[in-house]
Design a protein. Structure first.
Length: 237
């Protein structure tokens, strides 16, 4: 970051004020600006600020919990969201991803691991914004990606995807007709190696499939058990 660039702005929505103070100091030392809200209601209002680059969202909070904040933000909200969930609570992780979170991290977490997740999310967004694709519009099997506006349509009907879902769909479409492993998707899109109990890729692909099916009578994605996923080159019965 040059002296003329503004630090990337992270919003923490978490009622743990001691954690917020420690995290603010740590992220500042890494070149980030951190704003903090200590309940879901104020966090939801702040989340719509145009200068927020990423949101760290806790699940258990007063006034509105993390899931209620996600629902209120809705599918049109484009700022990436990293959910902070209770350690080992798989149900919270799954629900967070279903409601539009880009990734999750279990508490208590190591600050370096959190930093790595933050950088991975921001890096893939930056790459997506600055990628020089041969064509700004890509259509395969009646699914169209407009890379200039980062919008998706299926059979000419708009489909609202999160940033992570968009990147996963783009990667699958780039390799249409081929099996793409979960490991490859995790490393390329999420920026981390897939672990044994990590269901992030499964949930993101499930969300993409559901959203595409809302405008298509035939599934565009095929699951190959034990191997990965295929974006179909053409509709098959």
């Amino acid at each position: 970051m040059t002296s003329f660039e503004q630090p990337q702005h992270i919003l923490l929505i978490d009622d743990d004020q001691e954690l917020a103070e420690l995290l603010s100091e740590y992220l500042a030392s890494e070149g980030f600006k951190l704003s903090c809200c200590f309940d879901g209601t104020s966090g939801l209002a702040k989340a719509f600020d145009d200068d927020i680059d990423l949101i760290l969202l806790d699940v258990m909070m007063p006034k509105l919990n993390g899931f209620e904040v996600l629902k209120a933000l809705g599918s049109q909200h484009k700022t990436p969201i990293l959910m902070l969930t209770a350690k080992g609570d798989e149900a919270d992780r799954v629900l967070g991803l279903e409601l539009g979170a880009d990734d999750y991290l279990a508490k208590p977490y190591n600050h370096r691991e959190l930093l790595a997740r933050i950088k991975a999310i921001l890096r893939r967004i930056d790459i997506a914004k600055n990628s020089n694709t041969h064509s700004s519009i890509e259509t395969i099997n009646n699914v169209t990606l407009n890379h200039g506006t980062r919008t998706v349509s299926c059979h000419q009907q708009e489909v609202i995807l999160t940033g992570t879902e968009y990147q996963i769909l783009h990667y699958l479409m780039q390799h249409h007709g081929q099996i793409v492993s979960k490991e490859s998707l995790s490393e390329t899109v999420l920026g981390r190696r897939l672990t044994s109990f990590d269901r992030s890729i499964d949930m993101h692909v499930s969300n993409i499939r559901r959203k595409l099916l809302s405008n298509s009578p035939i599934d565009k994605l095929k699951t190959v058990r034990g191997a990965g996923y295929i974006f179909l080159s053409g509709e098959t019965q």
